[in-house]
Write a new protein. Structure first.
Lengths: 404, 404
């Protein structure tokens, strides 16, 4: 269903909704036949919600596709990530909370090493540490171009954000200069159409200054650019669902994705317990709350099965206090799976539970509690990630009838 | 799958199919953990079909979306209601069985109250009773416009149907005059494009006469118009599925939706028992039969859990006689859920059973009988409503192979 269809049905009154995202919550057993991280965790409060709620699995992007953080969250927000595509440059800007403006062209950059013929010998400048990259990136931030502002911001190690703000209106359809391999020179900046030529001109002039500025650097003596992108012109989440909407997250990336769809966002400490006072303080000001827990994903990426279990259990203990703030409908899920066994994001469908509002009640399930196996047999079945938000909104009494 | 794809596969021979719709059959338990209306009902014959059939849940429009009767039935007929949209005016015409012609513009009207400045004080004229509205609507039906015929028909209380039949060809892209709120005047008639101007002109001239005609009325002294629509130009169900198709229904709305997709339709008394002789008498003349039972939806809308149970049980008792007419493949389902607990249409997926023909058999299920929990774990799983008809047609041996 198109977001315009959703917007035509959405009503501005109803219960408050909490979307509690345990990043990368989905997992795998360490041994075939074993339990996943979520199944291992002792989660009496989530199990209690499940007992009078509904469960299922969601596929964030498409079967077999491991989502990045951007698409994974867009899907949870009801935006089909195959339709609502966000460029790598914009994601880089969200990740460092750069205040992108309409018309800016955001680009993901790498510091790299080239020889005296300009041939790339290391695409990541030896994975130069962040503290060593910092002064190099400050040099790049000092480059000045006529007819445009330019900004360079560190991301991590060799990675940085470049933002071009030409005085002329421009599009961002420009090919990557990063050839993706060593042993060749960087690609020229080529605009895909005349509409992207203003940004391409600025990028060329900026790049032309880089070798001089970085002439004294041992290994970070050139840059590679990819993912030229502008802020997308999308429907706003608060308009589509007619809810005043707040993101509460410790990491800028997640606040950024929430702001990208028009939510307000506030930062909290990187501790799930910090979510409780943050939610309680703003409960009267908003209808929808997106709460983000990062630790589960980090533990999964680190291959630390037990730490992921521990964080899930910690969040479970917070649930009663979160719900006591005045939440009517609760969604607990992840933006993707990050099985500790794989140490990476994966394509595995993500368990979710829905509780409160006019739901059906999870009468038919066993007693295994919230987990992948239980959700695979949940009353809602397997759905696309972007179908989850309309279900939550319907439960909250906020979605009207389609047709007469 | 597109209806053109279905049509390319459909074969004109095979078993006879009965689609038995218990309107609003899907429900909710009154208490968490309890039984739904369908689960409460004693349905030995449906349970028997399930024991050698297949079960699942269908989503009529989209997850989280409560369907109106029109979209709900279109979905059962295999027409994706997100693609095949029907205007409110056309639905109003179907509901009173007005014989719409190609080129007619059908409009849903409300009698309303305005003050002497033309400001709306009541959008429904105090929900004027039908018998009081009747003479007012006869006055409106008497309005005459040069270059067009116009028709006014009562719907219920303040609601009426207005049909414009201009001599000129016209489209119906005209904005509602109903502002949706009181304290303001009605909107002007504005055509969205020149192609809709002929109908807009007629609507303006018709509306200009209304204040004079209704000058003596105490509360129904003006009208509001919305949902300007023409008969859609859609594929015909009998052509798509290559079946001679008959609707048997007590209520005009359901015969109307069936006729909209090209079925024949006959009226019966508002008693499920009347379906048996109606089906028996026409069994040789058609391949497909859509039988409609309204009482389940009405009981749900009235919040009468037990009456909904009783009607389901009554229909169950009729099943052997219905099947004995010569039906090969049976589909039993609803067009949407109407939980008595909610007193309204809801978004909850709708249980269905498929029996007869070359089915799989319901081997994997328990013995709970036909109901939401059993169907949530049925062998077919959760599907879109518009996927149900191809499944039934395939079982009946009426759908050929896709590709060589």
């Amino acid at each position: 269903m198109d977001l315009r269809d959703v917007a035509a049905l959405a009503q501005p009154t109803g219960e408050k909704i909490m979307l509690l995202v345990l990043d990368g919550i989905g997992g795998l057993p360490l041994e075939p036949g074993g339990l996943t991280e979520l199944e291992t965790a002792r989660t009496p409060h989530m199990d209690g919600l499940l007992a009078s709620g509904d469960a299922g699995l969601h596929v964030p992007v498409a079967r077999g596709v491991a989502p990045g953080s951007g698409p994974g969250h867009l899907s949870l927000f009801g935006f089909d990530p195959l339709e609502y595509r966000v460029g790598r440059g914009v994601l880089a800007a969200l990740g460092v909370e750069f205040p992108l403006q309409s018309g800016d062209v955001a680009i993901r950059g790498n510091l790299c090493t080239v020889d005296d013929q300009g041939i790339i010998t290391d695409r990541r400048a030896g994975r130069i540490p962040s503290d060593e990259a910092q002064p190099v990136l400050e040099l790049l931030d000092g480059i000045r171009i006529a007819g445009a502002q330019t900004f360079v911001r560190p991301v991590k190690e060799h990675r940085f954000l470049l933002v071009l703000r030409p005085e002329e209106a421009t599009e961002a359809g420009i090919a990557d200069t990063d050839p993706g391999v060593t042993g060749t020179a960087a690609q020229d900046v080529v605009a895909g159409s005349p509409a992207s030529e203003p940004a391409a001109r600025v990028a060329r002039e900026w790049l032309a200054q880089v070798p001089g500025v970085l002439a004294d650097q041992a290994r970070a003596n050139m840059v590679l650019l990819r993912g030229f992108a502008t802020l997308p012109d999308w429907p706003r989440f608060p308009d589509v669902f007619r809810m005043r909407s707040l993101a509460i997250a410790a990491y800028p990336m997640y606040r950024g994705v929430a702001r990208l769809v028009g939510m307000d966002a506030i930062a909290v400490e990187d501790d799930p317990a910090a979510l409780i006072p943050a939610l309680r303080n703003r409960i009267d000001d908003y209808d929808f709350f997106f709460l983000h827990v990062k630790g589960t994903d980090k533990a999964g990426e680190d291959g630390d099965f037990q730490r992921k279990v521990d964080i899930i259990e910690q969040v479970d203990e917070l649930l009663p206090d979160l719900l006591a703030t005045g939440i009517g409908v609760t969604v607990i899920t992840g933006d993707h799976s990050t099985p500790a066994r794989m140490r990476s994001h994966s394509w595995h469908p993500v368990p979710f539970l829905l509780h409160g509002g006019s739901g059906r009640g999870h009468r038919s399930e066993g007693t295994a509690g919230f987990g992948e196996s239980e959700c695979a047999h949940g009353s809602i079945g397997s759905i696309r990630g972007c179908e989850l938000m309309p279900l939550a909104v319907a439960r909250a009494g906020r979605l009207g009838k389609f047709g007469a």
